[in-house]
Design a protein around this ligand. Structure first.
Ligand SMILES: [Zn+2]
Length: 937
């Protein structure tokens, strides 16, 4: 071990503390025996009458013993006399508690209520009177073994040395596991942080370091400037040996990227991107970033993608580090988007925070949405707009289930709060904001959100605050009216702007519209029937697998749907606000076809009755470019959703997909794959090889022309490059001869050069995947994986290793990832899901998840997206009753603290039921259709 030298006074303190702890003597001032007095508070939420104002926090991690000590002094404002102060604390040993009073320090007793992660501070016969008080607490704990709280991390240098670090991840409810605090987003306060460290380390935190003081025992104390008013979940501190590079933004903010020393050469892209994006947001929001610096740190062990801590955002290494030689175009897009997301949070979330986690979407929906708004302007070459609609399709796939939930959902305990970090909060949130922007016009929307941010800076909000700011934008007094008048926006909007007709009406009630999208789950299916110049419109909830349009589970739902449409006679976007269950609109002339939800800017799907689909299919066959690529992708998406509810027969949907043989744009192609590939994935689970192979053969044939056009290089636009990667991977996995020959030749040459031969980044994954099919190739790739310093390359090799048909290798991968030495545990959730999609691995992944469920929950936390994605991802292509029974039996055997009540388990079960239903209804039709296709050849 690296950190074996003497650790001085710090170790001594720990030795003493440990003795005290082991003998059960917690000192004179502390009483943690909950039997003595009942805990004075029985609610999950803290009392509202005690508010923290300022924390002075000292943290001292020891990277040898992997423990830490801390001292926190909290200035609190008591609004109502109370006998006890209730605050959060989890797995911390409190060794001293005092009330600091001007004349003397009063010892306090502490009592802990573990179930609610709270402690109470009190003294016999004493009342905390209305006014300010200063509470002093000393505490210690182990650095966490998980990925949240104050947790330990490790990395190995090129020479094989193992180095430790300690970093934080507090969102949503883990600040309490690092220091005692009022750990709810509305308890905003200022934080003054100090960190003790050894000279060989550095420390970073939310604010710039003011100075470093030498301590008597050879340690150093870093003192950081006091933060602005902020929520506890945004506090961050890291002790490590990282290096950094820095640059000043145009607005004068010092931006730095931190990483382990050997990867510093991969930090430059992130630095430049962060500078560009922070400047963009400064201008766009018209509110300067309020801190003097922003650090971006790549953390070797990190569970989620990134975290927006104010002034110190943290990332997975693969989410921040870009290697110009080895990273692919999708890596570049991903890194740019994740930085755009975390920097958008500095305003949405950090400056203005949701009151409580039920409105998490105000943070996450906005950040997700702003990724597209900002990157589209700052990095047009990435064509980020091409990928927005995929977010909406993903959101719809969970939102179409009975187990979905409204965007704003009451939550109370930590597991429920963690479950809010899902596709509904992020993706549906982003999609309905995009719909609202299209409805209000981008200009009006922008002024509305500026008003919202300015009005509520350093405060907390609920949905209604946002809708208020977006209504009556021009009469708002919160905005700089001079600025609005100056660019003539308000005088222009009524007469000349392309604003929708509703915007020009005085009665636009943004809240009434948006409440229908945020307070009820699901989304509408709009049915369209054209009769001459009359268009009859109907809406109902789209519920997967639900046949009748009049079922009790769908009939009580009603939305205000901002419809848009184009026709065969006019590509100008027309608008209509559908408020009732049924309505009629009139066309100025008769048309051949009509297409609603233009470019998929709305969050709804459309069914065309009475020959409406036939006309669209004919147009796609004759000339598909009449529709935008987003419209083509949305037609593919919608028609297959309609098959699930038996509104459209499968053969009609398959007939529509035939036009794909002429398609070349990434979104319609990938959407075609998204709808068609699952058909044979479901068959894989049912032992119906003949039909499965027929379907696979059909798909290869459908995309043959496009596959043949691909070449093995990094040329072209980002979309073209990503599509190439996608198509070649599909072709090789399906053993398409020319692809297999090309990929194996390249792999052989690469292997002979001992990995020194340069491979185009966008086809590397295809080449590695081909190599990983044999034991020898797989072992060679593993050696390269171990030695690679590029997170992008590592990610590609790991994916290739998991695509192998060699079962024993898959088992090895899963076990090593759980252990965490060679394969990092942070990647385990995505690995388990990848293995489960492998025809040779789906049983293995399920057995592995079942056997290790307890360990996984402990490591990744109940309700976390890692656990949810595993539960759903491993099982969502199961298609038999036996599998359903097995999954049901396992999950229902779990205790509540092991996740029996998780929403993701309901989703998993519902998806399997849908698959069974789909197969039972459609297999004969699919077989007949495929037979007919082969006859026509
Ligand atoms: Zn976020």
């Amino acid at each position: 071990m690296l950190f074996s030298q003497s650790c001085g006074l710090n170790c001594l303190i720990f030795a003493i503390l440990l003795c005290v702890f082991l003998t059960g003597n917690h000192g004179m001032t502390v009483n943690t025996d909950t039997n003595v007095l009942p805990f004075p508070w029985d609610k999950m939420r803290l009392p509202e009458t005690v508010k923290p104002q300022h924390y002075e926090l000292l943290i001292h991690p020891n990277l040898t013993s992997l423990t830490y000590t801390g001292v926190v002094q909290i200035l609190i404002e008591v609004e109502q006399d109370t006998r006890a102060i209730i605050l959060h604390s989890k797995n911390l040993q409190i060794s001293k508690a005092q009330l600091l009073e001007s004349r003397h320090h009063r010892d306090l007793q502490t009592s802990e209520f573990e179930a609610n992660e709270q402690i109470a501070l009190f003294a016999d016969g004493f009342t905390f009177e209305k006014g300010n008080h200063l509470v002093y607490l000393e505490f210690y704990a182990n650095l966490s073994d998980s990925f949240h709280g104050f947790y330990k991390g490790r990395y190995t240098t090129n020479s094989g040395e193992v180095r430790m670090l300690a970093s934080t991840q507090f969102e949503a409810t883990h600040a309490r596991a690092a220091f005692p605090c009022f750990d709810e987003p509305a308890f905003k306060a200022n934080f003054t942080i100090r960190v003790h460290r050894e000279p060989r380390h550095i420390s970073i935190s939310n604010m710039p370091k003011l100075r470093t003081v030498e301590l008597a025992d050879g340690l150093l104390e870093d003192r950081f400037d006091t933060t602005v008013k902020m929520s506890t979940y945004l506090v961050a501190f890291i002790v490590c040996d990282f290096h950094s590079i820095s640059k000043k933004s145009q607005h004068g903010v010092e931006i730095s990227v931190y990483t382990v020393p050997e990867k510093i050469s991969q930090a430059e892209y992130a630095l430049n991107t962060a500078v560009t994006l922070l400047d963009f947001y400064d201008d766009y929001f018209d509110i300067p970033y309020p801190l003097p610096k922003h650090d971006l740190a790549a953390i070797p062990d990190f569970q989620s993608g990134a975290m927006e801590n104010w002034g110190l955002s943290t990332y997975r290494e693969s989410g921040l580090l870009f290697d110009p030689e080895k990273s692919s175009s999708s890596d570049k897009l991903g890194i740019t988007k994740v930085i755009a997301h975390e920097l958008a949070h500095q305003w949405f979330g950090n400056l203005v925070t949701m009151q409580w986690w039920n409105d998490l979407w105000l943070n996450e929906g906005f950040a997700k949405f702003m990724e597209y708004v900002s990157v589209n302007i700052t990095h047009p070459e990435l064509q980020v707009d091409d990928y927005f609609l995929e977010k909406c399709f993903t959101a719809m796939s969970v939102d179409s289930l009975v187990s979905s939930h409204p965007i704003s959902t009451p939550v109370e305990n930590p597991a429920e709060i963690s479950e809010m970090f899902d596709d509904v909060s992020y993706r549906k949130g982003a999609c309905i904001l995009n719909m609202l922007r299209d409805f209000l016009t981008p200009e009006a929307f922008k002024y509305g959100i500026i008003d919202y941010l300015k009005r509520h800076s350093y405060q907390n909000t609920v949905n209604a605050h946002l809708w208020e700011s977006l209504t009556n934008i021009c009469t708002s007094d919160g905005l700089d009216s001079g600025r609005l008048k100056l660019d003539g926006f308000c005088s222009r909007s009524r007469a000349e702007s392309p604003a929708s007709k509703w915007f020009m009406e005085d009665s636009v009630d943004v809240r009434a519209i948006m409440d229908t999208w945020t307070l009820q789950e699901g989304f509408p299916l709009v049915t369209v029937e054209v009769k001459g110049q009359e268009v009859i419109l109907k809406q109902e909830r789209y519920l997967k697998g639900e046949k009748s349009s009049k079922s009790s589970s769908t009939s009580s739902f009603l939305w205000q749907v901002p419809l848009t449409y184009i026709t065969s006679h006019s590509s100008a976007v027309q608008r209509f606000l559908l408020k009732s269950e049924k309505d009629v609109l009139y066309l100025s002339e008769k048309v051949e076809w009509i297409k609603f939800n233009v470019d998929l800017r709305g969050y709804y799907i459309v069914h065309y009755e009475s020959g409406g689909w036939d006309a669209l299919i004919t147009q796609l066959q004759q000339n598909h470019t009449v529709f935008s690529s987003n419209d083509r992708a949305s037609l593919i998406h919608d028609i297959f959703q309609l098959v699930s509810i038996e509104k459209v027969p499968l053969d009609k949907a398959l007939n529509l997909s035939l036009y794909l043989s002429k398609e070349s744009e990434i979104m319609p192609v990938t959407q075609g794959f998204n709808e068609l590939v699952p058909l044979y994935k479901l068959m894989e689970k049912r032992n119906m090889e003949e039909l499965e192979n027929q379907m696979k053969g059909h798909l290869v044939k459908l995309f043959k022309t496009l596959i043949d056009r691909q070449h093995w290089s990094d040329d072209g636009s980002v979309s073209e490059r990503m599509l190439r990667n996608y198509l070649l991977l599909f072709a090789c996995v399906r053993r398409y001869p020319s692809c297999v020959v090309n990929a194996s030749e390249r792999f052989q040459k690469w292997k002979e050069s001992d990995g020194k031969l340069w491979l185009p980044a966008d086809v590397s994954l295809v080449v590695y995947t081909e190599g990983a099919r044999t034991d020898e190739g797989w072992d060679f790739l593993l050696e390269k994986y171990k030695r690679s310093a590029s997170p992008s390359e590592k990610w590609m090799i790991k994916a290739a290793l998991a695509y192998t048909p060699l079962t024993h290798k898959l088992q090895w991968l899963l076990e090593r990832s759980l252990e965490g030495e060679i394969m990092k545990t942070q990647d385990l959730p995505s690995l388990v899901v990848t293995v489960s999609k492998n025809p040779k691995g789906f049983k293995l992944a399920w057995e592995f998840m079942k056997t290790n469920w307890g360990k996984l929950v402990k490591k990744f936390d109940l309700g976390s997206s890692a656990i949810s994605r595993m539960a759903v991802g491993v099982t969502d292509q199961y298609s038999t009753r036996e599998m359903l029974d097995e999954v049901q039996a396992f999950f229902s055997s779990l205790a509540e603290d092991q996740g029996s009540g998780l929403r993701s388990i309901q989703q998993a079960l519902e998806k399997i039921q849908q698959n069974i239903l789909w197969m039972d209804r459609n297999v004969p039709l699919l077989k007949a259709w495929l037979d007919m296709q082969s006859v026509q050849d």
